[in-house]
Design a protein around this ligand. Structure first.
Ligand SMILES: Cc1ncc(COP(=O)(O)O)c(C=O)c1O
Length: 406
């Protein structure tokens, strides 16, 4: 017997992509993959050095909550990066380590979602298009996954406030992503503060996926923690109903390290830690030491950001006069409007050997959206290679666009 909720999940976008492109033979010798958001920059050398220096700790079971050193480094980084008052983030109450933000997002929803809310089915709100784990987390928790369009009309971010109050009242968690995958849209402090107020009014947790927060090309995106503070009256808990998810995968080009953390609402984190003590894979101590060193070092993150800024500048140049180009504010994806994303993906693979993802594979069907899916007209292009490779691939995509009927 398999859990029917699992059977109902749509399946990986990458499996669908393999099915789409399997029969198509590219007409170039060296294809380039721009489908998966896996940074191809070398990871910082300090990881290997710190892991080697802590090799004597491989024989220890790591703590579920993360080592005190790592939690303290995360709190220091939050204060530095988001300008939070010194001491506001207490590493012991407000920070838990995680083995990447993916598992943390998934498990957090399990911990926070009751089977019902006021006699009605609990809801988990999320953007559409969405990172695949959000929906799986909601469905596996037995909740209704409420997919809220993130389109040009809403600044490419979901407008949760526009939902029926009945849905907001039974929401357990609202997942928000800024900078967003796939659109690269960033919420400003005003928008985040409104969201925090909404969460507090309706009693749900705002779970803000901020794993791209170090990759930005204009104003640095604020954290939902800033908004929690902005929305709190003096003496009120600044982090009530707010939890944020961070990662070293993008910031430090280290997705293989599987290192992230969760911060915010102390009561939510206490419940989350209880679940984690049964269900999580703890972070090995040598990897926790390397993670702490990475959070303490901003220089390598700034160099990574400068690298992605050069790639976005190349995209700006190549698509300057293309109306379907949307400059990402953050992250490392282009969300390009091309007419029919699936047909275009096939054509780009065949003629240029560049592998990209049709936007509809990253979104749930929605009868109200044009062609029944808010991602239909788009493709997602991951800018994860060196500048010369990315430039070559984008120029090939641009040439393909110029020979497209729509
Ligand atoms: C929006 C978003 N959230 C979370 C993750 C998970 O990243 P990790 O588990 O490597 O921290 C990803 C990875 O691609 C992502 O794109």
């Amino acid at each position: 017997m398999v859990n029917p909720a699992l059977e109902r999940l749509p399946g990986s976008a990458f499996v669908r992509l393999r099915e789409l492109l399997g029969p198509v033979v590219p007409q170039v010798e060296t294809p380039i993959s721009m489908s998966i958001g896996e940074p191809q920059l070398p990871p910082p050398a300090l990881i290997a050095d710190v892991v080697a220096a802590h090799a004597h700790l491989w024989n220890r079971y790591p703590p579920n909550e993360g080592t005190p050193e790592l939690r303290a480094a995360c709190a220091r980084w939050l204060a530095r990066r988001f300008g939070l008052p010194a001491g506001l983030v207490d590493p012991e109450r407000h920070v838990l380590s995680a083995t990447g933000s993916r598992e943390a997002l998934y498990l957090f929803v399990q911990a926070m979602t009751p089977p019902e809310s006021g006699g009605r089915r609990a809801a988990v709100l999320m953007p559409n298009p969405y990172y695949q784990v959000y929906r799986a987390a909601a469905e596996m928790a037995g909740a209704e996954a409420v997919l809220v369009p993130a389109t040009a009309a809403t600044g490419y971010l979901p407008d949760f406030a526009a939902l029926d109050p009945e849905i907001l009242d039974r929401a357990a968690v609202a997942i928000f992503c800024s900078p967003s995958n796939p659109e690269g849209a960033q919420a400003d402090l005003g928008r985040l503060t409104e969201l925090v107020r909404l969460a507090r009014r309706h009693g749900f947790v705002l779970a803000c996926d901020e794993c791209y927060s170090e990759l930005y090309f204009g104003d640095a995106p604020p954290s939902a923690l800033n908004a929690g503070l902005a929305a709190a009256a003096p003496g009120e808990d600044p982090f009530a109903n707010v939890v944020v998810f961070h990662s070293l995968s993008k910031r430090s080009s280290a997705p293989g390290l599987r290192s992230g953390f969760v911060a915010g609402d102390a009561a939510a984190l206490k419940a989350f830690l209880k679940l984690r003590s049964y269900a999580c894979v703890q972070m090995p101590m040598p990897l926790a030491a390397a993670s702490a060193a990475l959070w303490d070092d901003d220089a390598h993150a700034a160099a990574n950001r400068a690298h992605y800024a050069r790639l976005v500048a190349a995209a700006d140049r190549i698509f300057a006069d293309y109306p379907g180009y949307l400059r990402p504010q953050g992250g490392f994806f282009l969300w390009l409007a091309v007419g029919d994303g699936e047909a275009f993906t096939r054509r780009v693979w065949q003629h240029c050997g560049v592998r990209i993802v049709p936007g509809r594979y990253l979104a749930a069907d929605d009868p109200a959206a044009p062609h029944g899916n808010p991602g239909h007209a788009h493709v997602r292009i991951a800018l994860v290679h060196d500048e010369a490779t990315v430039t070559r691939a984008l120029e090939a995509i641009r040439a393909c666009l110029d020979h497209t009927d729509g």
